[in-house]
Write a protein that binds this ligand. Structure first.
Ligand code: URA
Length: 226
């Protein structure tokens, strides 16, 4: 059964967009999530960062990247000499997707599927059109898939600046949608790992956590200097 289109107003006001997104039922995820977690930050931001979806803490608090992955991202931004006030932070999907642990109340993150990414993509497009970032930072494979297409490999292409227009052909955005975003042809995209993957690498012990963190900071530093 086709999903109804997301009721995205044709507006470049982040406040208007946020209010409209609060009522979005374009996919089924709204039913179990606490609230829509829209992007946060200034419309004057030079950098726009895209994650996957809100986690457990974000779902309860209503803001992106305020839980454990967000704390790690905050530190990595500082180490990359990027001020959080100069960035706009958002997610590919704006509702938390989870399943319940068999015992207890713990909510376990589940990856959004292609239909959920597609249903939410109009909101991401609207945020890009409102902020007009000079640099888009793609955090992890889900954000890469929704903006750059399934063929993009974060592991191989991370840390490399690509122009927004160069990536258009492989993007799931139609060329009209791509043009509609209105980002300048000289805008750049840099992909890197998701901060949650750094947390997982830390959990494995040894040097892997430190190496993963340094890799994230190094990719963010590339973005900061574009
Ligand atoms: N992970 C994400 O991708 N986004 C958040 O907002 C929090 C955790």
């Amino acid at each position: 059964e086709p999903e109804p289109p997301a009721p995205v107003p044709r507006s470049r006001s982040l406040d208007r967009l946020r209010k409209a997104a609060a009522g979005c039922q374009a996919c089924g995820l709204y039913a179990d999530a606490t609230q829509t977690v829209f992007g946060a930050g200034s419309r004057d931001a030079r950098l726009l960062l895209v994650g996957e979806q809100p986690g457990d803490v974000e779902d309860r608090e209503g803001d992106p990247f305020v839980g454990p992955a967000g704390k790690l991202l905050d530190r990595a931004l500082v180490d990359a000499r990027i001020t959080r006030s100069g960035v706009y932070v958002t997610n590919a999907v704006k509702h938390f997707k989870f399943r319940r642990a068999e015992r207890g109340k713990r909510r376990i993150h589940q990856k959004p599927d292609a239909g959920e990414l597609a249903a939410c993509r109009p909101w991401l497009r609207a945020e890009l059109a409102a902020v007009q970032p000079e640099v888009v930072v793609v955090l992890g494979a889900t954000a890469a898939a929704t903006l750059l297409g399934r063929a993009f490999r974060v592991s191989h292409q991370r840390g490399q600046p690509h122009s927004w227009s160069e990536l258009a052909a492989a993007s799931p955005l139609t060329s009209d949608e791509h043009d509609d975003v209105g980002i300048g042809d000289d805008a750049m995209v840099v992909a890197t790992v998701h901060p949650s993957s750094v947390l997982r690498a830390r959990g494995m012990g040894g040097d892997q956590g430190a190496a993963a963190y340094d890799g994230l900071v190094s990719d963010l530093t590339v973005a900061a200097h574009l």
